[in-house]
Design a protein around this ligand. Structure first.
Ligand SMILES: Nc1ncnc2c1ncn2[C@@H]1O[C@H](COP(=O)(O)OP(=O)(O)OP(=O)(O)O)[C@@H](O)[C@H]1O
Ligand SMILES: [Mg+2]
Length: 298
């Protein structure tokens, strides 16, 4: 018998109106959006279509103007700020485009942060849990590095470790690969696929068409409305990464061969020159004068 899927996110008629000096911006115009346990969803749409606004509401960072939002069975838009922050801390890991790491603290301390804010009364071994989270993202050996001593992809992985350290059931990411090159973006999505396979529900906002292939469902927003919602069979980011790395190795080898080729032709050239010199010398011997050599050299 198939297990009934649990609904993690359920928004009904969500609107968001920002008031800006007398004018109103309708960022969300009535969004019904549902995500079940174990899904991996991408939210796409043009700039200004309301993606971040929706993510901030779903991530309990902001309230809707109207509508209801039920997270894991709790109607969170009725909660006051502190209670909302507690729910966010317990259930949600949030990843931003700009990583938002503290510059003067190590990777390990950055990852520990959400545990320090945890007011649930649980006593954790902070360092141990932060270290485990760094290991999950493959950065166990970079715990003592500061953000400026890490690559962009590594910084984003620290941010992912920080989002994972509280053991959230829901991971939200707003443009997590916006600052990364395409190979590192595939790496990050590979990590998301691994986490999703372990049962973490993931919703990610992205602009990049290339990475949309790695999710199971694509939702599109336009002018604050949901206009598309499609399931798809995801590509494997790990396999794509293998292909990218193989292509890089091929390209490196080809470049080396070109250099070797150049060396060889340089050697040939040197031999040619030697031959010329030899020819000159051979021809010089019978003539025996400098003038002859000069004539021959012309
Ligand atoms: N704090 C705010 N105050 C006023 N207007 C806002 C605020 N935040 C967003 N908006 C407006 O709401 C609309 C939706 O913005 P939102 O940030 O959700 O778009 P987005 O889809 O995330 O765009 P992008 O792809 O550029 O990040 C935009 O028109 C934006 O100007
Ligand atoms: Mg945005």
């Amino acid at each position: 018998m198939q297990k009934e899927k649990k609904t993690v996110i359920e928004t009904s008629g969500i609107t968001k109106i920002y008031s800006m000096g007398g004018t109103e911006v309708h960022a969300l115009a009535g969004v019904d959006f549902q995500v079940d346990d174990g899904e991996f969803v991408a939210i796409i749409g043009a700039s200004g279509s309301g993606k971040s606004t929706l993510m901030n509401i779903v991530g309990c960072l902001d309230y809707p103007s109207k509508g209801t939002y039920i997270l894991d069975g709790v109607e969170v838009n009725k909660l006051e700020r502190n209670a909302l922050a507690d729910i966010r801390n317990q259930k949600i890991g949030f990843i931003f485009q700009g990583f938002n790491l503290l510059a003067r603290t190590s990777a390990l301390e950055n990852v520990e942060l959400p545990l320090l804010y945890d007011r649930s009364g649980n006593k954790y071994n902070l360092k141990k849990r932060a270290r485990e989270a760094l290991e999950i993202v493959g950065l166990g050996d970079r715990a003592d590095h500061h953000p400026n001593e890490l690559s962009g992809g590594q910084q984003q992985r620290v941010a992912i470790a920080r989002a994972l350290v509280t053991d959230p059931s829901l991971l939200l990411a707003d443009e997590p690969t916006g600052n990364l090159d395409s190979k590192t973006s595939v790496e990050v999505f590979g990590l998301f696929q691994e986490l999703n396979a372990k049962g973490i529900t993931i919703v990610v906002v992205t602009h990049e068409r290339d990475v949309i292939h790695y999710v199971k469902r694509v939702v599109e927003l336009k002018d604050g409305l949901l206009i598309r919602d499609e399931l798809q069979t995801p590509r494997s980011a790990a396999e794509d990464l293998e292909r990218i790395i193989a292509a890089e190795i091929d390209a490196e080898n080809a470049a080396e061969n070109t250099v070797v080729g150049a060396d060889e032709s340089a050697e040939n050239l040197a031999e040619d020159v030697d031959e010329d010199v030899t020819v000159e010398i051979v021809k010089e011997t019978p003539g025996g004068s400098t003038q002859d050599i000069n004539e021959l050299a012309v």
